[in-house]
Design a protein around this ligand. Structure first.
Ligand code: CAA
Ligand code: FAD
Length: 387
């Protein structure tokens, strides 16, 4: 008998119980305040680090738990179910470090992964620029070799957890005549002289996660901080997104699950026309559709997570690029629909800050935009299908 690769094992279910309890006890109580104040969720970071759940994907040889992609998905899902901003702690730690796992020298991995595994440092990922978002290869940030060093100049835009993270995987142009093959990836440290951060962007949602420019002004770093050979940075950046778009799918699933759980609880309590509104078939059908969309997106995301593990550790997974774009696209579109319907199910109350639904709806929107907009995900899928 064969089992689907992505069926959660007993240990995944145990992990879910642990992270759900931690999220409800230590993260949920601060979620509204984190959103209102636009403050980084330090309590969530502390709780995740204490439980060793802030970066479960880091392999054991670098001091991590060596958990698989599905475990990382479950952690992010459960944190996002109560606080989307906090779920960017494990998600972005993964995004920042996967380039090292895929392409860096052993020396770089040994230097930079253990502090993240220990929870002493976080790692961000800097690809986008003011003029290069969807068209990431149009970046202008330059890295010029000077003896044993590179000198970096330019501005990276929209960098999640910028200023809070100690380390950055940062893509820059080393050969302007070579297009995408002239882009290289580097580790930049927050403390490198010449690194500064722009003001926090004023956003619709995920307000507890700082989004800032990373500005590089003659930043001189040792050449040993190059990730992989010169000219391979764009490939490393895109190969990374193949693994981490799945974490954004997980974030979307979590936000949607949180909204659905609240809405179900509410419709059973709220009475109109002399009975609980849950008895109206018009609302029952909405709830059925919400749960159906969520579960479909979840199954796709778990299947994509299994492909991610195959690609990282197993023989190969040629369809990972398709699956990770499909999971991110399906889960984020589902999250936007589900959170919007959840607000509707609460009527006027859903539109107020007395309930978390309006925050969940605002938070859901970003999952359709970052790690590649859903138009770009559809383009990536179509390219895979038509090649
Ligand atoms: N893995 C490895 N290499 C890949 C690849 C993949 N999945 N996809 C393409 N490549 C390689 C190609 O083979 C090609 O290499 P060669 O020239 O050696 O053959 C090179 O990369 C360039 O490929 P394309 O010609 O396909 O590149 P493109 O310029 O047309 O762009 C794109 C491709 C898919 C549009 C890409 O630019 C993209 O994904 N854009 C969206 C940007 C994005 O997702 N940004 C996310 C920022 S991070 C973020 O947002 C974080 C957060 O929210 C928390
Ligand atoms: P544009 O590329 O200008 O797109 C504008 C519109 O045009 C979109 O609807 C897009 O889908 C559409 N479009 C563009 N090209 C095409 C096409 N070929 N076909 C069809 N439609 C198209 N980046 C990082 O590197 N690191 C981070 O940590 C990070 N975190 C982020 C956090 C937040 C809160 C936000 C808002 C962004 C973050 N990003 C990060 C950047 C994010 O990945 C980009 O915003 C995204 O890729 C879109 O780029 P853009 O904003 O420049 O939009």
């Amino acid at each position: 008998m064969s089992f689907p690769l992505y069926a959660p094992a007993e240990e995944h279910e145990m992990l879910r119980e642990t992270i759900r309890a931690l999220s409800e006890e230590k993260i949920a109580p601060h979620a509204a305040e984190v959103d209102e104040a636009g403050e980084f969720p330090w309590d969530a970071l502390k709780a995740l680090v204490a439980a060793d759940l802030h970066a479960v994907h880091i392999p054991e040889e670098y001091g991590g738990a060596g958990a698989d992609a599905l475990a990382a998905v479950i952690v992010i899902e459960e944190v996002a179910r109560v606080c989307a901003s906090s779920s960017l702690i494990p998600a972005v730690n993964k995004l920042g470090t996967v380039p090292l796992l895929l392409s860096a020298s052993e020396e770089l991995k040994r230097r930079y992964l253990p502090p993240v595994a220990r929870g002493e440092a976080m790692f961000s990922y800097a690809l986008s620029e003011p003029e290069a978002g969807s068209d990431a290869a149009a970046m202008r940030t330059r890295a010029v070799r000077d003896g044993d060093h590179y000198v970096l100049n330019g501005t990276k835009m929209w960098i999640t957890n910028a200023g809070v993270s100690e380390f950055y995987t940062l893509m820059a142009v080393t050969d302007p005549s070579a297009g995408p093959r002239g882009i290289s990836a580097f580790v930049v440290e927050k403390s490198d002289p010449g690194v500064t951060f722009g003001p926090k962007e004023k956003k619709l949602g995920i307000k507890g996660s700082p989004t800032r420019q990373v500005i590089l002004d003659d930043v001189r770093i040792p050449a040993t901080r190059l990730i992989g050979p010169e000219g391979t940075g764009f490939k490393t950046a895109l190969a990374t997104l193949d693994h981490t778009r799945i974490t954004i799918a997980a974030q979307a699933l979590g936000i949607a699950q949180g909204a659905l759980d609240h809405a179900i609880h509410y419709v059973k309590q709220r009475k109109q026309f002399g009975k609980p509104i849950a008895e109206f078939q018009g609302l029952q059908f909405m709830i059925a559709d919400m749960a159906m969309k969520l579960e479909a997106a979840r199954q796709l995301t778990y299947a994509a997570a299994a492909k991610s593990d195959q690609a990282m550790h197993g023989p190969s997974a040629p369809d990972l690029t398709f699956f990770s774009s499909a999971a991110k696209c399906a889960a984020s579109d589902a999250a936007m629909d589900i959170t919007t319907d959840a607000v509707q199910l609460l009527g006027g109350y859903g539109y107020t800050r007395d309930y978390p639904l309006e925050r969940m709806m605002r938070d859901a929107k970003i999952t359709q935009i970052y790690e590649g907009t859903n138009q770009i995900q559809r383009m990536v899928m179509a390219r895979q299908l038509l090649k």
